[in-house]
Design a protein around this ligand. Structure first.
Ligand code: SF4
Length: 317
């Protein structure tokens, strides 16, 4: 069987930065270290950190006063920041800069009097955080049917923003519906769907039609991983989302000559290797990498972590 590894796949710059934040903070402040929401949406990453003394919380009230708390890559609303501040917590903000960019756009457009149509999944951590920046100005739009139900007039100043990890195709359908209903709607200055989401989707769209099966490594609550399986299905190739090799059902491979393996932006590479090793061992054959887009993105660690690092080092001198 031929195994094709999609490139790019797996960790993006935002996930790398967020994970490094937790690793460094663990070294600096020790355990228990509190993280608001899953640092990234991957079961293995979260379980490993739990073993190392990280406590993931769903509300700031679960963080004891004056402790250190990290905000996840998906970002948080100002209300959550204020709550942590009120409890005297040291905050480390591991929000991906590309999510922060959308927050800033929401704040700016709300200040300019725009009504904001936020295209995304209600309830996703990122959308909850962005919504919290300007709750009176934002309406969440999940589908073209939601657009039908909007009651803004042509005189309202409207702008649309999007969640960073949407399927480009799905987002375009909704954005087109918005443009048809409100031709004067303003677009964001640059695409909100991030480079990592875009590139991983481009790779699947290009490579999936030429294989019999697609395996996406990622967790079920990882939006960008789920989108990769949908894109594969949309181009006519069966796809499965698996957290690791234990979730593979080998009946999927009956009569299969080729498989594309990719990974969502929060899925560690060692899980991809575990899967390809197992496939090679069981089915013999060969493996090749198919690179669709070059990636070279890196994000600096947040200032809050660098300050904490400096404080702790100074305290040791
Ligand atoms: S998927 Fe995109 S927005 Fe999300 S953490 Fe990665 S780079 Fe940032």
């Amino acid at each position: 069987m031929k195994i094709i590894l999609a490139s790019p796949r797996g960790f993006c710059a935002g996930v790398n930065m967020a994970i490094q934040c937790v690793e460094e903070a663990l070294e600096l402040v020790g355990s228990p270290l509190y993280v608001y929401h899953e640092i990234v949406h991957n079961r293995h990453v979260v379980e490993q950190f739990v073993k190392e003394g990280v406590v993931f919380v769903d509300t700031i009230d679960e963080v004891p006063p004056k402790r250190t708390v990290i905000f996840s890559a998906h970002g948080v609303s100002p209300e959550v920041r204020q709550r942590a501040k009120d409890r005297g917590c040291t905050m480390i903000d591991a929000t991906c800069p590309l999510v922060t960019k959308v927050h800033m756009e929401a704040i700016r457009y709300a200040q300019q009097g725009y009504k904001i149509l936020l295209v995304g999944h209600a309830g996703h951590d990122e959308v909850v955080g962005t919504f919290g920046e300007a709750p009176d100005a934002i309406t969440i739009v999940e589908s073209p049917e939601d657009v039908d139900r909007l009651s803004f007039t042509q005189d309202d100043r409207l702008v649309y923003l999007t969640q960073t990890t949407l399927s480009m195709d799905d987002a375009n359908v909704i954005i087109e519906a918005i443009k048809v209903k409100y031709p004067r709607v303003k677009a964001p200055p640059s695409d909100d769907i991030c480079y990592a989401t875009t590139n991983r989707q481009l790779a699947v769209r290009k490579l999936a039609p030429d294989v019999d099966l697609v395996l996406v490594v990622g967790s079920k609550n990882s939006s960008n991983s789920v989108r990769l399986t949908e894109i594969s299905e949309n181009v006519g190739t069966r796809a499965y989302l698996v957290d690791d090799s234990s979730e593979i059902d080998h009946r999927w491979f009956e009569g299969i000559g080729s498989v594309l393996v990719t990974a969502g932006a929060s899925a560690p590479e060692h899980l991809v290797e575990q899967i390809t090793d197992e496939l090679l061992e069981r089915y013999a054959g060969h493996i090749e990498t198919s690179n669709v887009v070059d990636e070279d993105m890196h994000f600096e660690l947040p200032i809050s972590l660098r300050v904490l690092r400096g404080d702790r080092r100074a305290a040791r001198v």
